[in-house]
Write a protein that binds this ligand. Structure first.
Ligand code: ADP
Ligand code: TRP
Length: 321
């Protein structure tokens, strides 16, 4: 049972990404074969600064390896190191109805936000289908926002099989509805596009300042707070502190006597220590880029073996060979 997912190198990862996507993906390694890749071709649809792409590609690789992606167990590579995916995307594109792409929410959302549409952005779901189908993938864990892309992938695979005979594995989406949406510093969903994130890794001073800067109401410390369970710092503290510690802070806030400053200080300390081991590993990896490059290159080689086999099947079925 092969699990596959892609991560765009389009920004600095935050704790919403960690709890919503990375931790479940890392845990999935214990249950079967995992294929994880950095979707650098996809990032080209919105990012056009080469330095930015290089920086985020390295950053995302370091983040995942530091957080526990195990290259001995899983296959981890850079999408563009397996260029077979673009050939498959072309072939699939010829079977993809225009209407299907025109209905894509993510395309409509992105253009509504002012991103000027290019062919790549329009064809994004076809390349994503190729990412998945090229590796005979069974399961694709993604956030709810990617559900439609997975449905399109299934439609395209079925269409290929109907047109050219049973060739491609039709995958299942694994949408984690159970995963809470991690709130950002303003209480909305944490997202890099809202500027309300707590980064997973970064400078201690900057991050301390961000957490200490969370805006609270003006009730004095002594006043009891019956709404303590909805306090943002308490909600975030639950992610990082042992349950009894988080509950103790919540109780003290409810009873009155705990100042917001002390609560935020505790939040920072627990957040900081949660990622202490990963931070140390990340620093080691960052000082050893050759190793990171070697991991990605080895991953690409392993991925490519599967890719060549599946593409061979596709080429033979469709009469290219
Ligand atoms: P962003 O909203 O910051 O641009 P992405 O859309 O790149 O994040 O999301 C990458 C992954 O992280 C997706 O699987 C998404 O579901 C998950 N994710 C992003 N933000 C959150 C959040 N606030 N809570 C839980 N999961 C999140
Ligand atoms: N579109 C996904 C996102 O923005 C990234 C992605 C690209 C992906 N190719 C994929 C996810 C294949 C799963 C499978 O989050």
């Amino acid at each position: 049972m092969r699990t596959l997912t892609g991560i765009q190198p389009s920004g600095t990862l935050h704790i919403g990404n960690y709890f919503g996507a990375m931790r479940p993906a890392i845990e999935a390694q214990a249950r079967g074969e995992c294929f994880y890749f950095i979707a650098d071709y996809h990032s080209m649809t919105t990012v056009t600064d080469p330095e930015e792409r290089r920086r985020h590609t390295l950053g995302v690789a370091l983040d995942w390896l530091a957080c526990g992606l195990d290259p001995a167990r899983s296959v981890f590579w850079r999408q563009s190191d397996v260029p077979e995916v673009t050939e498959l995307a072309w072939i699939l594109g010829t079977l993809t109805p225009m209407g299907l792409l025109e209905r894509a929410h993510s395309y409509k959302d992105k253009t509504a936000r002012g991103i000027s549409p290019n062919f790549g952005l329009f064809a994004y779901p076809v390349l994503m289908a190729a990412d998945i189908l090229l590796y005979d993938t069974r399961r694709v864990p993604v956030g709810r926002d990617q559900k439609q892309h997975l449905e399109m992938t299934r439609d395209i695979a079925i269409k290929f099989n109907q047109t050219y005979g049973e060739t491609l594995v039709v995958p299942e989406a694994e949408i984690r509805e159970d995963l809470a949406v991690i709130p950002g510093l303003d209480g909305q969903k944490m997202s890099k596009s809202y500027g309300n994130t707590i980064d997973l890794f970064g400078d201690e001073k900057v991050l301390r300042k961000r957490i200490m800067g969370i805006v609270m109401d003006s009730r004095p410390p002594a006043e009891p707070k019956p709404d303590a369970d909805r306090n943002l710092a308490v909600q975030l503290l639950r992610l990082f502190a042992p349950p009894d510690v988080a509950r103790d802070f919540e109780d003290r806030l409810r009873a009155g006597g705990l100042g917001y400053g002390d609560l935020k200080k505790a939040l920072f300390e627990h957040y900081w220590s949660t990622f202490a081991a990963a931070r140390a590993r990340r620093a080691e990896l960052a000082a050893n880029r050759d190793h990171v490059e070697a991991v990605l290159r080895d991953g690409a080689e392993r991925a490519r073996k599967v890719a060549r086999e599946v593409l061979g099947r596709v080429r033979r079925a469709s009469g290219l060979e």
